[in-house]
Design a binder for this molecule. Structure first.
Ligand SMILES: [Zn+2]
Length: 658
């Protein structure tokens, strides 16, 4: 270490709040105060990309096409990524709208590129110089083929027509859900048990009653806490008609048209068409996986249901034999059992996990595991809540990438949590990665579930920031749908073990510390109801696969599947009318949530009892996080494991054997 950097390090240690100036190499996000400015930048970027596309199409032969594609990819990212992020998080409504419009325009341009015959011919003619380039070529050709460009002219026109029809039914389905204004009115008495602080945030009508929509936070608060079964049943019945009967037809049309699309490609079903570009690969593989999950969880699910039924009988003072458990009882009695059996009150955990200290905790974990550090730096942000950090090499301090953390809720911000890429790494053009972690966590401090959410999304962010690839299109954003959740699902475990949670005392000496016993009870509480949760996931995935293999009237398919579950089908409900996943990218892909978890548990097994082992961390960083999409996911996993992948750890977990 040179004397200068010693002084700098000493200064930084003495003045920890002193933020560094942003690194000159950092790709900072553009800032907007009005939508017009964003639109101007977006239009200029679209024009730039169009020029690049024309230049690419005017040449012949494969020479140089991968580097040209990479340049175009960078231009697309620079023109659209910040706009897409701002569409979901920007405090100014007109910037959000302009961001949405920009995203739409870039989507259209993307379709145009994938239907460009001249560029398709060039990619096809290219001679890859390495296995990575061969993989890039395969992936690009698959996207071209999926867009119909390789089909004969008549089929191509038909494919285009089908894509457009599917898109319009998809939009109608989503609109019907979004614009469903169903309100359910409850008197204060009917909401006994629902936490006061939650109710205080809710509006009341002139008669003093609460008028609720069907949004998830409100629905969960009521279903987990309302003592009155009639209240829960009424809300459940309203919720499971969201989108309305017309959505059954929209959904049916989407799957019928998808079936026709698959036929154009000579595939027997949409499932076959879709799965050929997923990690699972084949329809039979997914069907077998789902059957295995069902067989494994069913006995445990029945035991869990019995515990809930006993709890309900106890609360109502009735014999168990006369007590019927219903779907609308699940959350409520699960919460009661968790509180009674494990004495866990998630609300009380907030003082253990202050927001800032939780972020420091995650930074310390990744420092130990991967030898990288995060430090705050000065950069413009889109809202005062947002914090900017730079990722630097733990030894040399060299700048590696940038992260924006936007953790707290506010008006107009999208619900849920996600990681959004701004720039992805490309060694070819010395491009550094940057991205945003967006969440809606509680600023008073996190409960343990929220700490898991933070780690989960940080898992995605690390995948982006540590992608160490030549070509941008081979970084984390393009890994397969049934793999992409694995690194983030795995990272949740770091919020569950005494070893890792013990690091909290290093980042916050004044915070109360959880005891080993408390941590165990929190984790046991989490595991209670897990089989029931997986049984539900299995049901949804099986429904999706049914429609994707043999499209029929969705409600009939749903009724037959749900009737076979322990709680049965509730006459009058229509779950499929709001199942938005499967009209979107998760069509023939809902199984992916569980598939990723199989991989996540398998990857985790390599860490054994030491989740802070830097040797395993280094191997994991190289084989998985750094590799992006440069190799087949199965090969990456095999390389890290040093053996064939196995689903044992997953099945042990979902059946409570671990
Ligand atoms: Zn995720």
């Amino acid at each position: 270490m040179k004397p200068n950097s010693l002084v700098a390090a000493a200064l930084a240690a003495a003045l920890p709040s002193l933020a560094f100036a942003a690194d000159p190499a950092a790709p900072l996000a553009p800032m907007y105060t009005d939508g017009a400015a964003l639109t101007r930048d977006c239009d200029a970027a679209l024009a730039t990309v169009r020029k690049t596309v024309e230049a690419m199409a005017s040449k012949t032969g494969g020479e140089g096409i991968f580097a040209e594609w990479n340049r175009m990819f960078v231009q697309v990212e620079d023109g659209s990524n910040a706009a897409s992020l701002y569409a979901t998080v920007h405090p100014a409504k007109d910037v959000r709208s302009a961001g949405e419009a920009c995203e739409e325009n870039f989507k259209k341009l993307n379709t145009e590129v994938n239907q460009n015959e001249a560029i398709f011919a060039r990619v096809k003619a290219a001679k890859p110089a390495s296995p990575k380039e061969a993989k890039l070529q395969r992936d690009l050709l698959r996207d071209f083929e999926d867009s119909g460009v390789a089909l004969p002219a008549d089929k191509r026109a038909k494919a285009k027509e089908l894509f457009e029809k599917i898109e319009s039914h998809r939009q109608a389905f989503e609109r019907n859900v979004r614009e469903d204004t169903t309100k359910v009115t409850f008197t204060p008495g009917e909401l006994e048990g629902v936490p006061e602080p939650f109710l205080r945030t809710k509006k009341r009508d002139d008669a003093g009653n609460y008028v609720f929509g069907l949004d998830q936070p409100t629905y969960s608060a009521v279903m987990s806490n309302a003592k009155s079964e009639a209240t829960r049943e009424r809300y459940y019945r309203a919720r499971f008609r969201q989108g309305g009967e017309r959505n059954l037809e929209e959904l049916y049309q989407v799957f019928l048209l998808r079936q026709q699309l698959a036929a154009l490609y000579g595939m027997p079903s949409y499932a076959d068409y879709r799965l050929r570009s997923r990690m699972a690969g084949k329809t039979q593989t997914v069907n077998r996986f789902l059957a295995d999950v069902k067989a494994a969880v069913t006995p445990v699910e029945r035991q869990e249901m019995q515990v809930l039924r006993e709890e309900k009988a106890r609360e109502l003072g009735k014999p168990v034999a006369d007590t019927k458990l219903s779907w609308w009882d699940l959350s409520y009695y699960s919460e009661r059992v968790r509180r009674a059996r494990y004495d866990v009150d998630q609300e009380k955990l907030r003082e253990y996990f202050p927001a800032d200290k939780s972020v420091d905790f995650v930074f310390l974990v990744v420092e130990r595991l991967y030898g990288i550090r995060f430090r705050p730096a000065d950069a413009p942000v889109w809202h005062p809540d947002v914090r900017y950090f730079e990722m630097v090499d733990g030894k040399t301090g060299a700048y590696m990438g940038s992260a924006y953390l936007d953790l707290f809720p506010r008006e107009g911000k999208r619900q849920g949590a996600f990681a959004a890429p701004l720039t992805t790494a490309s060694r070819l053009v010395n491009r550094k990665p940057s991205g945003a972690l967006v969440a809606n966590l509680d600023r008073r401090g996190f409960n343990q579930r929220e700490l898991e959410v933070l780690l989960h999304e940080f898992g995605h962010l690390l995948n982006l920031l540590l992608s160490n690839v030549d070509y941008g299109p081979q970084a984390f954003t393009t890994v397969k749908w049934d793999f992409v959740e694995a690194p983030s699902q795995m990272f949740e475990e770091w919020a569950r073990r005494p070893q890792t949670l013990g690091l909290f005392k290093e980042v916050c000496s004044s915070c109360p510390q959880l005891s080993v016993d408390q941590i165990k009870r929190i984790d046991d509480a989490r595991k209670f109801g897990m089989a029931t949760g997986y049984a539900r996931q299995q049901l949804l995935a099986a429904f999706d696969m049914e429609l994707a293999q043999n499209p029929r009237a969705p409600l009939e398919v749903w009724k037959s599947l749900e009737s076979a579950t322990p709680l049965g089908y509730v006459e009058g409900t229509m779950f499929p009318t709001a199942f938005q996943h499967i009209v979107n990218e998760y069509g023939a892909g809902y199984y992916g949530y569980m598939w990723s978890r199989v991989i996540a548990r398998d990857l985790l097994s390599q860490f054994g009892d030491n989740l802070l082992d830097p040797k395993v961390g280094a191997r994991y960083r190289e084989a998985i996080l750094g590799a992006g999409n440069e190799a087949e996911e199965t090969d990456m996993v095999r390389k890290f494991l040093g053996r064939e992948p196995s689903s044992d750890a997953f099945f042990a977990e979902i059946t409570g054997r671990s």
